[in-house]
Design a protein around this ligand. Structure first.
Ligand code: HEM
Length: 410
């Protein structure tokens, strides 16, 4: 087994304080790192950590890397989830993000059209209007928290309207969503999982009631559309419908909030790039791509090995685990020139922030649109945006790159 050249512990203080240095070191010394792990049956296996671009891309694209490790174990090998976590695990099992074909293919085909670039283009006027409403009360000279004022509400409002969820309930589902997202982070504690169980029960009840209303009075929204799909054949069960809504709501805003806040943070750290964007607002789209590369909101994802294979001299055995770090791949000098440099004019930016292959992010066109509109509006409205604190705090999460708050002066 490859010995780590640097201790790799994504929960360590060192990692959480300076993650890109740790990832860069690991990639340049041990790009395929491995350590003794445990599979979903609680049996010993090898856990791999991929950090080089080529290997990350390979794992995301190759179908022998699968999401649902339980299907790899013989019948009965996977212990049932503890009774106190039954709803959470049933809900996650219903989500396309955690499924493999053919179920993944079926679930994905039901929602694909709702997030097509054409659909997203039709949302553009509404996104602009929400950005204007949120920036409206912010006058030059003010200091404010960008996370609470813009980065949280913008994606929440957009995704809630798309689904057909009353936006007045947004404080409620923001809290549920954050608790749910924590359950898929690195090594969640039992307390985190129990909280996840509670919010999943609330989330499902909420969507059960909403879908009951939409069955009687369909509207022009995604929940009504998904109900219709379910009624057209038995393509979507009641619980799959509820869990699809939860996934879209959670995935649709936690990550986009981070794209927006990380972007504004970077513009304060690289004022030349901020000025460049102000002079050339048509760079807003490539600025979004560079923010996604430089500070990816989702830093890694996980797979299990579907069948024994040899890869670059390593034996990857069925049911072994792999964490693929997009955040490390994005700083790989084999692919990106001057990778630690933030450059909104970067061309051929082949970042993997939305994943690759069959699980490629469903909401990528929507997130990109929200980011480009918000960044362009901000630099147009304010002649300068600077950090109003010396103490920038990130959430202590290996998975999400997420600011606790972002006090800025405009
Ligand atoms: C900047 C914002 C976003 C980032 C960085 C992001 C990132 C990702 C990544 C990395 C994956 C693939 C995970 C994997 O392969 O294991 C993914 C999948 C997914 N994302 Fe996003 N996402 C963002 C925004 C959104 C939005 C706005 C939505 C919904 C409206 C959304 C819904 C989904 C869904 C449903 C999947 C699962 C797709 C599948 O398994 O086929 N995401 N996202």
């Amino acid at each position: 087994m490859t010995q780590p050249s640097v201790a790799f512990d994504p929960e360590s203080e060192k990692f959480l304080r300076d993650r890109y240095t740790v990832l860069n070191e690991l990639r340049s010394t041990t790009p395929i790192h491995s350590y003794p792990g445990e599979n979903s049956a609680g049996r010993a296996c090898t856990a791999f950590v991929f950090t080089a671009y080529e290997d990350v891309l390979f794992a995301l694209r190759d179908r022998r890397f699968v999401r649902d490790s339980r299907t790899l174990l013989s019948d009965g090998a996977t212990p049932p989830p503890p009774p106190q976590l039954q709803t959470l695990s049933a809900s996650q099992r219903n989500m396309l993000l955690f499924r493999d074909p053919p179920d993944h293919t079926r679930l994905r085909s039901l929602v694909n059209t709702a997030f097509s670039p054409r659909m997203v283009a039709s949302l553009e006027p509404r996104i602009r209007a929400v950005v204007d409403e949120l920036l409206g009360p912010i006058e030059t000279g003010l200091t404010f928290d960008f996370v609470q004022s813009v980065a949280i509400p913008l994606p929440v409002i957009v995704i809630a309207e798309l689904l057909g969820v009353p936006t007045e309930d947004r404080a409620l589902f923001k809290a549920w969503s954050t608790a749910f997202a924590r359950t898929i982070d690195y090594n969640p504690s039992m307390d985190t999982l129990m909280e996840g169980e509670r919010v999943t029960i609330d989330f499902r009840d909420y969507f059960r009631e909403l879908s009951r209303q939409r069955r009687v009075h369909p509207q022009n929204d995604l929940v009504s559309e998904l109900i219709q799909v379910g009624m057209d054949g038995d393509r979507l069960s009641e619980e799959e419908l509820l869990d699809m809504c939860i996934l879209i709501l959670v995935a649709g805003h936690e990550t986009t909030t981070n794209l927006l806040a990380n972007g504004v943070y970077l513009f304060t750290q690289f004022p030349d790039q901020q000025s460049l964007l102000r002079e050339h607002p048509n760079l807003a789209e490539s600025a979004v791509e560079e923010v996604l590369r430089y500070e990816p909101p989702v830093q890694f994802t996980s797979r299990a090995i579907g069948e024994d294979m040899e890869y670059k001299g390593h034996l990857l055995k069925r049911a072994d685990l792999v964490d693929v770090w997009m955040a490390a791949a994005h700083r790989d000098p084999a692919v990106f020139d001057n990778p630690d440099h933030f450059d909104i004019t970067r061309t051929n930016n082949r970042h993997l922030a939305f994943g690759q292959g069959i699980h490629y992010c469903l909401g990528a066109p929507l997130a990109r649109k929200e980011g480009a509109i918000a960044f362009a509006a901000l630099v147009q409205k304010f002649a300068a945006i600077s950090l109003a604190t010396d103490d920038v705090q990130w959430h202590p999460s290996p998975l999400f790159r997420s600011l606790v708050e972002l006090k800025v002066r405009v």
